[in-house]
Every structure is written in structure tokens, then in C-alpha cells.
Design a protein around this ligand. Sequence first.
Ligand code: HEC
Length: 103
Amino acid sequence: MKTFATLLLLLAGAASATEIKLPDETAAYKQSPLPGYQLVLNNCLLCHSAHYAQMQPPSSPRSYWEATVKKMKKPFGAQFSDDDIPAMVDYLSKVYGAEKPKP
Ligand code: HEC
């Protein structure tokens, strides 16, 4: 009887080990009081999740983010206003790029 209980525990353990859990932040942009955060939520989730932003090297400078955001408009065809670009670049540089505060 005791062996049976142990076996059940082992099976339960094995079952949960095969479950693939992705961290929540894989898909969502990191929350921030910066004004660019809301703009990114409005403008950057139409075609893909925040995954691509998270995959960029943390050393990415502001110029890289600016080029990337502009690339989403042209050639990729995003529809946001040019007026939104500086605040979004600011957010991306500070939250995902080289201007991220060091811990
Ligand atoms: C019109 C659709 C569209 C919108 C809107 C869009 N993207 Fe993209 N994004 C793409 C495509 C297409 C790719 C390239 C995917 C690939 O290479 O497989 C991409 C790739 C990326 C990458 C990966 C790096 C690279 O240079 O390819 C990042 C980072 C990124 N997007 C960030 C953003 C941000 C930030 C926004 C909002 C400002 C945004 N995207 C809005 C279509 C879009």
C-alpha cells in the first residue's frame, strides 16, 4: 500500500515535470510609468508579442531602438504616428536596452 502511494507521487511528479511553463513576461511588455509604455501597448502588439523586444541584446543603444521602431512602419507596415516614435524609443531604451538601470 505504501509502495502504491509512492508510485502515485512519482507519477504525479513525472506528469508535472513534462508540463511546459513559460514565464508570464514572455508575451507582455514590461509595465512602466514612462509614457511610451501605453503607446507600445497600443502600437506594438498588432503583429507580434513583446517577445521580439525581449530577445534584443540588453546592450542595444537608443539608435538601435529608433531604427527598429521605424522599420516596423517601413517596410513592415505598422500604422502608428511618427509622433509616437520618440516616447516608444525612450521606453524601449530604458526598459529593454542600454539605458536600463543597473541593479
Ligand atoms: C505591421 C506589423 C508590425 C507591427 C505593428 C510591429 N512590428 Fe515588430 N516586427 C514585425 C515583423 C514582420 C518583424 C520581423 C519578424 C521576423 O523577422 O520574423 C518584426 C520584428 C520585430 C523585432 C525583432 C528585431 C528585428 O529587427 O526584426 C522587434 C524588436 C520588434 N519587431 C519590435 C516592435 C515594436 C517595439 C513595435 C511597436 C513600435 C513593433 N515591433 C510593431 C511586424 C510588426
